[in-house]
Structures are given as structure tokens and as C-alpha cells.
Write a protein that binds this ligand. Structure first.
Ligand code: AMP
Ligand code: ZN
Length: 128
């Protein structure tokens, strides 16, 4: 068990009011694509691309604004998991996008850190 390796021991691991904490705990159903000791990946309930997967830590972190050096292993795992899923979804060769929204103006609607892995179509830049 290494679930505590990338978290601040003073921070709570779970927020009882958090939708994604409840998904991690299995209290709300989701379609899991990958999981390990640090992260889980689920299909977005309202996909905006042919592949739209959310990769998130098991432990509660409100957003990327709360990441520190202590989360280095977690962040590495998130991006390694994203690359692996991109390959298994068949979108790696065409290219894809990974994005995390922070706060109201960033478009964040769920306050539990997650990275959108989106692919299967071309994206414009800058995003809207
Ligand atoms: P964001 O707006 O960046 O915070 O992303 C939140 C994402 O969570 C949105 O793309 C939603 O469609 C997605 N979402 C909300 N509820 C669920 C759920 N129960 N299962 C899977 N994805 C969800
Ligand atoms: Zn949470």
C-alpha cells in the first residue's frame, strides 16, 4: 500500500461532500477505465469527444492549484496513466489533449483534481 506516498499527512484523504470522492469510494457508479493505488480513470458522463476520460487521484485534492512537490509521484502517475489509456483507446498516434480546469473562470465544476483526456477528433486552439 503506497496510497499515502504522495499526500500531505495533514490533509484529509476524503471530502464527504465531494462527488469524485464518492465515485472513488464506489458510492456512485462510474465506468472505470484504469485504476491503481494512486489514481483512477473513469469515462466522463457527458463526453465532449469520442474518447473523454477523467483521470484523478484517489485522495481528495481540490485542484491543480493545490499541488506541491509532495505530489510529484501522483502527477507522474496521472500522466503515465493518461498516455497508457491514449494508447489503449487508439488515439495516441493521431494526437490528443489533456486539460485540467481550475476555479470558476477556468471552467472547473467538480472540486476534486481531475485531468480530462480527450481524443478521437481534432481540437481548436485556444479553447473557448
Ligand atoms: P470540470 O468541469 O473540468 O470540473 O469537469 C468535470 C467533469 O465531470 C465534466 O466533464 C462532467 O461531465 C463530469 N462529470 C460530472 N459528473 C460525473 C459523473 N457522475 N461521472 C462521470 N463524469 C462526471
Ligand atoms: Zn474529492
Amino acid at each position: 500500500m503506497t496510497t499515502g506516498a504522495a499526500r500531505d499527512s495533514a490533509a484529509p484523504r476524503r471530502d464527504p461532500d465531494c462527488l469524485f470522492c464518492r465515485i472513488v469510494a464506489g458510492e456512485i457508479p462510474s465506468t472505470k477505465v484504469a485504476e491503481d493505488d494512486l489514481v483512477i480513470a473513469i469515462r466522463d458522463i457527458a463526453p465532449r469527444a469520442p474518447t473523454h476520460v477523467l483521470i484523478m487521484p484517489r485522495d481528495h485534492v481540490a485542484s491543480a492549484a493545490d499541488l506541491t512537490d509532495e505530489h510529484a509521484a501522483l502527477v507522474g502517475r496521472i500522466f503515465a496513466t493518461a498516455a497508457e489509456i491514449a494508447r489503449s483507446e487508439g488515439i495516441a498516434d493521431g494526437g490528443y489533449r489533456i486539460v485540467t480546469n481550475i476555479g470558476a473562470w477556468g471552467g472547473q465544476t467538480v472540486d476534486h483534481l481531475h485531468f480530462h483526456l480527450m481524443g478521437g477528433r481534432a481540437f481548436t486552439w485556444p479553447p473557448g
